[in-house]
Design a protein around this ligand. Structure first.
Ligand code: AMP
Length: 113
């Protein structure tokens, strides 16, 4: 049966994505529907459905530090940026493979919708 997880398929190179980083544990690629001038998704290579399912305590740290490095690389570290992990239905999660959004290049508003 075909693997239904779209982000697992990106990890395996089965569907195209604008890959920016490929480490031992994580990949980062541009969001298909960007909500800011810079909108990057950072995901673990290993399938984890959501933040609520994380058992590898190191993975969240690795994803976060990759976001910091990418913010510098994208030139948004000085102006500021937002990192978001939507979790579950009320969190607004639509793809059930853990991902961290890195958003920047414009001023963000608060509170989020
Ligand atoms: P979330 O709503 O937090 O689960 O975010 C899922 C994100 O994945 C959305 O911002 C989508 O635009 C993005 N997305 C879905 N499919 C793809 C894809 N094939 N390539 C890149 N980004 C995608």
């Amino acid at each position: 049966m075909a693997e239904p997880c779209i982000f697992c398929r990106i990890v395996r190179g089965e569907i195209p994505a604008q890959l920016l980083v490929n480490t031992t544990d994580c990949v980062a690629f541009r969001d298909l529907s960007p909500q800011a001038p810079v909108h990057i998704l950072i995901i673990p290579k290993k399938h984890v459905a959501s933040l609520d399912d994380v058992t590898d305590l190191e993975i969240a740290g690795k994803m976060t530090m990759l976001a910091v490095a990418l913010a510098r690389q994208e030139g948004i570290a000085a102006s500021g940026y937002r990192t978001v992990i939507n979790t579950g239905a009320d969190g607004g999660q639509s793809v059930f493979h853990l991902h961290l959004h890195l958003l920047g290049g414009r001023a963000m508003t608060w509170p989020p919708g």
